[in-house]
Design a binder for this molecule. Structure first.
Ligand code: 6R9
Length: 636
């Protein structure tokens, strides 16, 4: 029998765990799952069809994930800090919750949800800033068995209504407003706009945060603090089946609208906990800080579920890295003695661009482990992070994973398996990565490159795309039947460590946020000036990739008019998706390089956007090769 939630502690233990996870995966995961708190154990460990994309883990088991995040810890960790909340403005009050207090807050919120008619299986959309009530709301949904769908609070009203309608949510949780650096944003107003087009929503529960007056719709909207006045302090957790839905999280792909990635109860729980514990090597006294917003998958798995499942202390930050100064991250680390810090390369690069004193004036003594996620970390950023933040004594874990994988797939285990600049490293136990050729043949050996796919299911694998399993099958399982296809290209270096190269599909990664080029084009095309557009990514010093849009307008636009037209296009994208998808460069063109069959040759557009026009490759299949010269001349 393995020890309670044992952790891999040496390279030999890693190798042994990896071997066991491939030789007998079912026994391996049964052992890992054993110490959780189950209302009923499973009948089978895994039922899998990797051609159709049907995977069921721990079938027949019954549980509630919040009993594992909270109740299970009360006896031994009741007075331990579970959640530390650091506000946007360092001069205002931080808030701390012990496990006992967080448990009570979640129970109270769960009772509010039930008093407002939320039942097991209902979808609840959450559009909230990074305040404690967001974390509590997510857990409260899980406690009552509602499916949470968190929408990042930077998305526009249109993006919200698309997501609310796709999930047919009956309840929306929001706040009056949010702080972002020196700005304040009226969140409730955005929700009100969105809900004009959402007939399924019958209740909106509003958290007071800024104390702003908001419009409350009679019969639909209620204040959280008023609802909390009358509720009980305890709430029995709903008993869930292993494969009941836990959450939906929308993410962009190469075609169509964002899709609702679905994760379920037991597999996600086991995967979140296992990966968190082993990658970050968190100890009982650590203070762990993941800077991601709960609106993204990193916030779900590694700010909330992973740390709480492991009984760790997790820090939640409302603000941004540059407010009130570019030393804010480092100040928070010193203030709370953060020992494990997990952030994104884009944040590191933006801070690298500021004077070094911003980081050197903090001690950062408490740090022990550093993590990176969201996009490839370039060597320069890796070295800066390792040297100036980690003082060359903290291992850097470069964690590769995706919304669809639920948790970390390829990464060093801090201080145990090799960590090298620009390498995610070795796969976690349970993960069987392969490199495929375009034809789908497995590429053997090291020092090779190919499409990254996973050949065996792991507990956190995507279960479906909400309401449309065919889309899930088409996107992830049909490209190479029998494999989960990641959409990323990768290289296995001489030592067998994986290096992620980037997307091989029409997805771009801007500051760690995924967008489909088609999604941004659709938004641009909503603008009344626009006939057609083509969007590509290009290398950007801070964001990783920037958004470059080529746009054909209806009428001829003079140089003077162009400024206004471009501003209007940006406005349209902000309204359709949100500020995070704003194009960095817009080039008005009269034509796009198309083949005779009408396909846009994006390869050429990418080259021009990169500023590399020396070798555009074969352009003989173009309908009108002159278009290319015009585009090169007009490059921004
Ligand atoms: C967790 C998360 C997933 C895509 C993924 C890949 C890129 C994430 C990375 C990385 C290189 C890393 N990505 N982590 N690329 N090294 N350590 O980011 O999920 O938002 O779904 O994005 O991000 O391209 O396919 P998600």
């Amino acid at each position: 029998m393995p020890a309670q939630h044992a952790r891999i502690q040496s390279i030999e233990e890693y190798e042994e765990a990896y071997r066991r996870s491939t030789e007998n995966p079912e026994q391996f995961w049964a052992d890992i799952a054993e110490p959780f708190s189950w209302r009923r154990k499973w009948d089978t460990i895994l039922e899998s069809d990797m051609v159709e994309g049907h995977n069921k883990w721990f079938k027949g088991a019954k549980l509630n994930i919040t009993e594992n995040c909270l109740d299970r810890h009360l006896a031994t960790r009741g007075n331990k800090l579970a959640l530390i909340w650091e506000p946007n403005d360092p001069k205002t009050r931080q808030i701390r919750y012990t496990y006992r207090e967080l448990h009570q807050e979640v129970c109270k919120f769960a009772n509010v949800l039930q008093n407002n008619g939320v039942e097991k299986g209902d979808r609840v959309c959450i559009y909230m800033p990074m305040i404690p009530q967001l974390a509590i709301a997510v857990l409260a949904c899980a406690r009552v068995g509602a499916v949470h769908s968190v929408i990042f609070a930077g998305f526009s009203a249109n993006a919200i209504s698309d997501r609310v309608n796709d999930a047919q949510a009956s309840v929306v949780l929001t706040s009056d407003g949010l702080n972002r650096g020196d700005k304040q944003i009226p969140v409730k107003r955005v929700v009100d706009d969105a809900l004009h087009h959402c007939p399924s929503v019958r209740r909106v529960i509003v958290t007071e945060h800024l104390g702003w007056p908001v419009n409350m719709v009679e019969g639909r909207d209620v204040w959280l603090h008023e609802e909390l006045e009358e509720v009980e302090k305890t709430s029995p957790a709903e008993e869930m089946d292993a494969e009941d839905l836990l959450f939906i999280l929308y993410t962009s792909g190469s075609t169509g609208k964002p899709k609702g990635v679905v994760h379920t109860q037991a597999g996600y729980m086991v995967w979140a906990d296992y990966t968190f514990r082993n990658v970050f090597q968190v100890n009982e006294n650590d203070v762990y800080w993941c800077t991601a917003d709960i609106g993204w998958v990193t916030g779900h798995t590694y700010l909330l579920y992973g740390p709480l499942l492991s009984g760790a202390t997790t820090l939640m930050f409302e603000g941004i890295p540059t407010y009130p100064s570019a030393g804010r991250f480092w100040e928070v680390i010193d203030k709370h003695s953060v020992s494990v810090f997990y952030t994104a390369p884009t944040a590191i690069r933006s801070l690298m661009a500021t004077p070094l004193d911003n980081v050197l004036s903090y001690s950062l003594d408490s740090l022990r482990v550093l993590g990176s996620v969201g996009e490839p970390i370039n060597e320069e950023a890796w070295h800066w992070y390792y040297t100036h933040v980690g003082k060359e004594r903290c291992p850097v874990v470069d964690t590769w994973w995706q919304t669809e994988t639920g948790g970390i797939m390829i990464s060093a285990l801090a201080g145990i398996t090799p960590s090298k600049p620009a390498r995610a490293g070795l796969p976690l136990p349970g993960v069987q990565p392969v490199l495929l050729s375009q034809e789908g043949k497995e590429i053997e050996g090291n020092d090779e490159e190919g499409y990254l796919a996973i050949k065996y299911p792991w507990p956190g694998i995507i279960r479906t795309t909400y309401g449309d399993h065919e889309r899930c099958r088409q996107t992830y399982f049909a490209p190479y039947p029998g494999y989960y296809f990641t959409g990323d290209g990768a290289r296995r270096d001489e030592e067998g460590l994986y290096r992620i190269i980037g997307r091989v599909d029409d997805v771009i990664n801007v500051s760690g946020h995924r967008f489909g080029t088609a999604e941004i084009e659709n938004a641009i095309n909503q603008n009344s000036h626009v006939v057609e557009s083509a969007v590509v990514g290009y290398p950007h010093d801070v964001k990783g990739q920037g958004i470059y849009a080529y746009v054909i307008c209806r009428e001829k636009i003079s140089k003077e008019e162009a400024i206004y037209v471009e501003a209007s296009i940006i406005e349209t994208v902000v309204a359709e998706i949100g500020k995070i998808a704003r194009p960095d460069k817009i080039q008005l063109v009269t034509g796009l390089p198309k083949t005779r069959s009408g396909k846009i040759m994006r390869r050429i557009l990418r080259k021009v956007a990169e500023g590399d026009t020396s070798n555009l490759g074969d352009t003989t299949t173009l309908l009108d090769p002159n278009v290319v010269d015009e585009i090169i001349e007009g490059k921004k």
